[in-house]
Design a protein around this ligand. Structure first.
Ligand code: ZN
Ligand code: CU
Length: 504
């Protein structure tokens, strides 16, 4: 589960290179970062079908096809543990913001929001915020069950693999007529049945977003009752916590309590401390999380930016030094502009401008760079983009997260070695989310691979121009099939639904 410094694959040997049939593809002379966190080493990697079959000394393997990787790093494909890609996967499935970064697996259904589990019905109007982050019209909320969603995705696969969480807010919207209160016993039973369906279909856990209105009225007891359905199924509780500002410690404690009460692992999503008054408090939160890890399974992820992004809400204005509008249904021309500037232009207060722009999304500058770095560098922190693929002017994390960790934080700032950066986006998340055969380069592992230039890899997406493929990503392969090569998507769709282990 953890990095074993110095460990090398036992099979990293050229001894029998000539004794086996020619592999379909050989990536030769690569600098291999195997995802475990162990030191890099030079080698050849053979791929047959959807698997890595051999690792050998550089220049020793011959294959039907070959890629000369001299000067390039070869890593397991990156696992984006925090996404809102539910719709992008079934809406064309090209996944360009992800494959262009080297991401080969995404975990969708985060923050309490899953596309599956709610059938709004075409033309019946939009779902409540923040479910509109996936689709404001409601038309895409057309999968009443996870089985129905998985069937649709498997009929038309996407470019990346995906694993799924069932969203608590989605289930509430489906089961309750009034979201501003606790669920009744009958409503809880309905949601429990929906969780059972999702877990049987192959979901890997439950996500909550108690920060947001559709779930804010859910008491801890409701969350525990629902999460008990995960105990036997081996599911995870993944949460956008109630509070990431003043009351962050009680929010962490609530998350830990749910994990202990149900005997399940918990994941704290996009860990941050928001608001000027809380800058520096990652020292406290990481201490609390690190203490808890000695007693129960706890994981966390983070995106590498000091600005957050979600629906536009006046609540977040006082915490932010600057607010950018990401999208607005009545005012699409405001996407990408400063809220202060829009309000000044209209001659109204920022709060009044927020009202006029609804429904809308925004980017909030509300964190301290030192907290971001402290959280990123915490050994157990995984990388998740939290990108919002349907925003008109999205947060640059959608296109830039992984190359930014590799190029900016690891190489340029030296926050941690490249081996550690890769581990945080491969071996560590595969272990925490139970993705067997992913996140490592070793014989028998799936050939989810990314070949990149460690000297030049960097994010290109900025707050001003957020839709930009990163630099330095050479070739990306999902289940042995190239999805990104020479700066463009290949158009292939080899992605699979990664179901919870032990299920068909
Ligand atoms: Zn969230
Ligand atoms: Cu999220």
């Amino acid at each position: 589960m953890h990095a074993e410094p110095g460990a090398r694959p036992a099979s990293a040997s050229a001894d029998f290179a000539g004794a086996q049939p020619r592999p379909g593809l050989v990536i030769s002379n690569a600098t291999i970062l195997d995802g475990s966190g162990a030191p890099r080493f030079a080698g050849d990697v053979a791929i047959d079908g959807d698997r890595v079959t051999r690792i050998a000394a550089p220049g020793t393997l011959r294959g039907g096809a070959s890629i000369d990787a001299t000067g390039l790093a070869l890593a397991p494909g990156f696992i984006d543990v925090h996404t809102h890609d539910d719709r992008m996967l079934v809406d064309g499935g090209g996944m360009a913001p992800k494959v262009s970064q080297g991401v080969t697996t995404v975990i969708a259904g985060n923050c309490g929001i899953s596309l599956a589990g709610l059938a709004v019905g075409a033309g019946r109007g939009g779902p409540p915020q923040p479910l509109d982050l996936l689709d404001g019209s409601g038309d895409w909320y057309r999968f009443p069950t996870f089985a129905a969603y998985f069937a649709a995705l498997e009929r038309q696969p996407a470019a990346t693999n995906a694993a799924f969480l069932v969203g608590h807010s989605t289930l509430r919207a489906a089961a309750m007529d009034d979201l501003a209160r606790a669920a009744s016993p009958a409503e809880c039973r309905r949601m429990c049945a929906a969780i059972d369906e999702a877990m049987q279909a192959g979901a890997i856990g439950l996500s909550t977003g108690t920060f947001y209105p559709p779930a804010a009225a859910a008491p801890t007891s409701e969350l525990i009752e629902l999460s008990r359905r995960l105990t036997d199924a081996g599911g995870l509780y993944v949460t956008h916590m109630r509070n990431e500002a003043e009351a962050i410690l009680p929010a962490i404690d609530e998350t830990l309590e749910i994990g202990r009460a149900c005997g399940i692992g918990v994941v704290i999503s996009h860990h941050k401390v928001a608001g000027l008054a809380n800058h520096g408090r990652s020292i406290e939160t990481l201490a609390r999380i690190g203490e808890a890890m000695k007693r129960q399974p706890v994981a966390l992820d983070c995106y590498p930016y000091e600005a957050s992004s979600t629906v536009l809400s006046a609540v977040r204005l006082p915490m932010s030094s600057r607010v950018l509008v990401a999208w607005s249904t009545p005012h699409p021309e405001c996407a990408g502009r400063d809220l202060a500037e829009i309000a000044a232009g209209w001659g109204v207060s920022a709060e009044a401008a927020v009202q006029r722009l609804q429904p809308a999304g925004a980017i909030y500058f509300m964190m301290d760079e030192r907290d971001v770095q402290r959280i990123l560098a915490f050994p157990e922190t995984m990388i998740g983009s939290d990108g919002l693929p349907h925003d008109a002017s999205p947060h640059p994390r959608l296109w830039g997260t992984f190359p930014r960790v590799l190029g900016h934080y690891s190489r340029d700032l030296g926050l941690f070695p490249l081996e550690v950066a890769v581990h945080k986006m491969t071996g560590l998340p595969a272990a925490r989310f139970g993705l067997r055969g992913r996140g490592r380069i070793e014989p028998g592992a799936f050939a989810d691979l990314v070949l990149f230039d460690p000297a030049t890899v960097i994010d290109s997406a900025t707050f001003e121009a957020p839709v930009q493929p990163a630099a330095g990503i050479h070739t990306v392969m999902v289940n042995g099939t190239p999805v990104w090569r020479g700066g463009r998507a290949t158009g292939e769709r080899p992605g699979r639904v990664l179901r919870r282990e032990g299920r068909a």
